[in-house]
Design a protein around this ligand. Structure first.
Ligand code: HEM
Length: 495
């Protein structure tokens, strides 16, 4: 072998050895260092997203969840919404995720949702900006405000809707519930009155916006719901900006009306330095979070109750008693104290939220490597606490598929709805630092609507509708019902 061959041979051998060494080091580094839960990652890119989003009856967990829990247990890995994910049907892990928001986990919506809700939407913000927006919303929805004037306003809007029904008429209960919650929010946010053409226009644009938010294929292509929704977002923005201009002119002239000072728009314009874009996103996120959820929850109560005549009877007794005692003192409008007395109604509200699961799972991602019960959740992975899986877990709720409001009664304090064991596992409003800012208002809206419904009508379901999880919950036929005026009208009608 010549010298030049020897040099070439040595060079090649060294290169091959170096390559082997580098490959060895690289593969050792890439070797999974995590003890991941069991599960499967599905197809490249798509993962298992299509199966996960496949619609199913909302009072069940759906085939995908049921099969995955049966196969892998309550904590499993998957590939969802474009990335690796840990799915949790475990009550303890769900609580842990929600409580550690901002420390170990943070909110993480798919980009399509972020784009449409807006970058300043409270639902997608993190850190200090989220805190600022949250504080504004909490101030707007504070318990003190609920007590002093929101009960009255909620009742007024419930009555406007319920009083418009005719005996023996058939209509969509879901649309009526949406009218109620939308009108209430539009009034609270911008002092828009029901029936006002601007309120109608805002509602139409908002409905189109919503269709895009919940569309399962969020493609920004001509003709898609998503594209239309982006257009409606622009239209809603124009309406809000118009309102802001009007206010500014009136403030400059020194004649802003007192009533408008109580709405959210005036408050943010005078007490914060938020930009127009930030105010728009705040208004949209409050309309979205506070209108769709509580209207679907009310529709779910209307859907569940006819299947449980004993609950209707007990509700009627509770509400007749409240109205009768109010008549003795000459009071007409509902008060916060009346609301607090609706103990069985609170049980019905809890049970509706548990079985109906308006929000089924919550979007988070790990911002650190997290270790939980022997499993690792790697930093950057999506984490999906599935609250519906906790609510329908037979280990936590006896006969979980049955509508049973009495399960919420505290066995020690007869009649009161404070059963601590079951309360701990009710996650309908999430939990931790991002827990629903409108949970009290949502429950109040449900209770007040039930109060007037139960006092004034009997109703039956027509058209065989049922709630479906898309995964957002909807009634494909918008829940048609037929109402009959209740013979012993005991209402505190005051509209
Ligand atoms: C029955 C009705 C309702 C249900 C089931 C519900 C459920 C939820 C859930 C599960 C979350 C947590 C989301 C997360 O952790 O990422 C949430 C957040 C929120 N909800 Fe509700 N909600 C309801 C009614 C309302 C109402 C009436 C409002 C009033 C405007 C409202 C305003 C909000 C806001 C602003 C947030 C965001 C909180 C934050 O990110 O800090 N919700 N809601």
């Amino acid at each position: 072998m010549s010298d030049s061959h020897l040099i070439t041979f040595c060079f090649l051998s060294c290169s091959i050895l170096a390559l082997i060494l580098i490959t060895f080091i690289f593969t050792r580094r890439k070797k999974p260092k995590f003890n991941l839960p069991p599960g499967q990652m599905g197809w490249p890119l798509l993962g298992e997203t299509i199966g996960y989003l496949n619609p199913y009856p909302a009072v069940t967990l759906g085939e995908f969840m049921e099969n995955h829990i049966a196969r892998y247990g309550k904590i499993y890995k998957s590939n969802l919404f474009g990335g690796p994910a840990i799915v949790s049907a475990d009550a303890g892990l769900n609580r842990f995720i929600l409580q550690n928001d901002g420390k170990l986990f943070e909110i993480s919506y798919p980009k399509s949702i972020r784009d449409i809700l807006g970058k300043w939407s409270m639902l997608v913000l993190v850190g200090d900006m989220h805190k600022e927006m949250r504080n504004i919303s909490l101030n707007f929805l504070s318990n003190a405000k609920l007590r002093t004037h929101l009960v009255k306003e909620v009742e007024r809007h419930a009555l406007l809707v319920i009083n418009s029904w005719n005996n023996n008429s058939t209509f969509s209960a879901l649309q009526e519930a949406k009218k109620f919650t939308f009108n209430f929010m539009a009034k609270r946010i911008m002092s828009l009155e029901p029936g006002n053409p601007e309120t109608g226009q805002l509602r139409r644009e908002y409905v189109s916006f919503m269709k895009g938010v919940v569309s399962t294929a969020p493609l920004n292509l001509p003709g898609t719901a998503y594209r239309k929704a982006l257009k409606s977002r622009g239209a809603v923005k124009k309406i809000i900006e118009g309102k802001m201009e009007e206010r500014n002119k009136r403030i400059q002239k020194g004649n802003a009306s007192l009533e408008e000072d109580h709405d959210l728009l005036s408050w943010v314009m005078t007490h914060t330095n938020l930009s127009n874009e930030q105010i728009l996103d705040l208004v949209l996120s409050l309309l979205f979070a506070g209108h769709e959820t509580s209207s679907v929850a009310i529709a779910l109560a209307i859907y569940f109750l006819p299947g449980c005549p004993r609950a209707i009877q007990q509700l009627r007794e509770e509400h007749v008693e409240i109205v009768t005692s109010k008549k003795q003192t000459g009071e007409v409008e509902l008060t916060w104290d009346d609301y607090k007395r609706m103990e069985f109604t609170h049980c019905v509200v809890n049970e509706t939220l548990r079985l109906g699961n308006v929000v089924r799972f919550i979007h988070r991602k790990a911002i650190k490597d997290v270790h939980y019960k022997g499993y690792d959740i790697p930093c950057g992975w999506k984490v999906l606490p599935v609250v519906s899986a906790v609510h329908l877990d037979p280990a936590l709720f006896d006969q979980p598929h049955q509508f049973n409001p009495w399960r919420w009664q505290d066995k020690n304090k007869s009649g009161s709805c404070e059963n601590a064991n079951v309360n701990m596992n009710l996650m309908a409003f999430g939990g931790g630092p991002r827990m629903c800012a409108g949970s009290e208002l949502g429950k109040l809206e449900m209770a007040v609507f039930i109060h007037h419904l139960i006092l004034n009508y009997n109703w039956e379901l027509v058209g065989e509708d049922q709630p479906i999880a898309y995964p957002y919950v909807d009634f494909p036929k918008a829940l048609p019902i037929k109402v009959q005026t209740h013979s012993s009208k005991h209402s505190s009608f005051s509209s």
